[in-house]
Design a protein around this ligand. Structure first.
Ligand code: ADP
Ligand code: MG
Length: 322
């Protein structure tokens, strides 16, 4: 149902960066160790995501582009995924309904297969040579929804949204090697060796240890870890604060405020730290019924977590100043 998919796309696929987010998250879900993102013309020309993950079996390939065909809801853990991933079983059909999509994919124990869809309709499907993993290319974004096309911003703005999301996903997943190449120029590459400090250095050019320090804190429900800048290293926007829950990039206003609170009076007004903070928790503590298109999550026991985060930061900074 192409129309329903276009409507769903309207909610979630706003711009090239949204497509990159959905595709890379799919690659992460598929246990990829390496994910390469290649775009041309800020993603308005083409978006290609290559991963070395589980791949999709030939029999499931058409199904993956059908609405609500997700292979991912089976456990309690997935309840959380439903929250943070935004929506379930809608990304591929939504993207395909407003663009041209070519995917080649193979699993470890089956031959490769490729599929081509245009405006949500299957144009062709055939066996293809491929190593395990998935290679997907999206072109002609919004070719059939001119109103959406009109709302896109300048190529520079679209590229900065796209870069931002790839950076955040890399910060959230230091154990996966992620790269971003734009018009043949490599903008970013993480090593995938699990070293968050190296990812921070690659993205922000900040040397951890000197200007950024480790934080940690835990109670019965939460475990907080991460890297935060010292009060003398700040930025003029909150954009340099990355919050992850169980290594999923999320947004939460209260928790972002908790990070700022941790600095007490040491931050100047209008200045914000650079921070990457991960919270490990039982997925049961993530509330359901949050708007799917946003990555805003709500948590039970939020005030308790706010204290834990603020204290972890205050403590790390206090020790530093001794
Ligand atoms: P969701 O991620 O919510 O399940 P999607 O529409 O994003 O829905 O993807 C549909 C299905 O296609 C997924 O459940 C997964 O089984 C499969 N899939 C998509 N991308 C990949 C990928 N890169 N590697 C392996 N499987 C994938
Ligand atoms: Mg998905």
């Amino acid at each position: 149902n192409v129309l329903a998919n276009q409507i769903a796309a309207g909610e979630v696929i706003e711009r090239p960066a949204s497509i990159v987010k959905e595709l890379v998250e799919n690659s992460l879900d598929a246990h990829s160790r390496r994910i390469d993102v290649l775009v041309t013309n800020s993603g308005l020309g083409s978006i290609r995501v290559i991963d070395d993950g589980d791949g999709i079996a030939a029999d499931d390939l058409q199904l993956a582009f059908k609405r609500h065909a997700t292979s991912k809801i089976s456990s309690r853990k997935d309840l959380f995924r439903v929250q943070t991933m935004g929506f379930r079983g809608e990304a591929l059909p939504s993207i395909a309904s407003v663009a041209d999509v070519k995917m080649t994919t193979a699993t470890a124990d089956s031959d490769g297969h490729s599929i081509h869809l245009h405006g949500g309709k299957v144009v062709s499907e055939k066996p293809a040579l491929s190593r395990p993993g998935t290679d997907v290319t999206v072109t002609e974004l919004f070719f059939n929804t001119p109103a959406r096309l009109k709302y896109l911003k300048s190529p520079q703005t679209e590229l900065s949204h796209l870069t931002d999301i790839v950076n955040r996903l890399a910060l959230a997943n230091p154990e996966v090697a992620i790269s971003l190449t734009s018009d043949g120029h490599e903008l970013f590459r993480s090593a995938g060796n699990g070293n968050l400090a190296q990812v921070v250095a690659a993205i922000y050019g900040i040397q951890v240890g000197r200007k950024m320090i480790k934080i940690s804190g835990a109670d019965n429900d939460f475990k907080v870890t991460g890297l935060v800048s010292l009060p003398e290293l700040t930025r003029a926007s909150r954009q340099y604060i990355t919050l992850t829950i169980n290594h999923r990039y999320v947004r939460n206003f209260q928790l972002t405020k908790a990070i700022i609170q941790g600095y007490g009076s040491k931050l100047m007004v209008g200045r914000y730290p650079v921070a990457v903070v991960n919270i490990d928790l039982d997925p049961f503590l993530v509330d359901v019924n949050v708007h799917p298109a946003k990555r805003e999550v709500r948590l039970s026991k939020e005030p308790q977590l706010v204290n834990l985060i603020a204290n972890a930061i205050a403590q790390a900074i206090g020790q530093r100043n001794l």
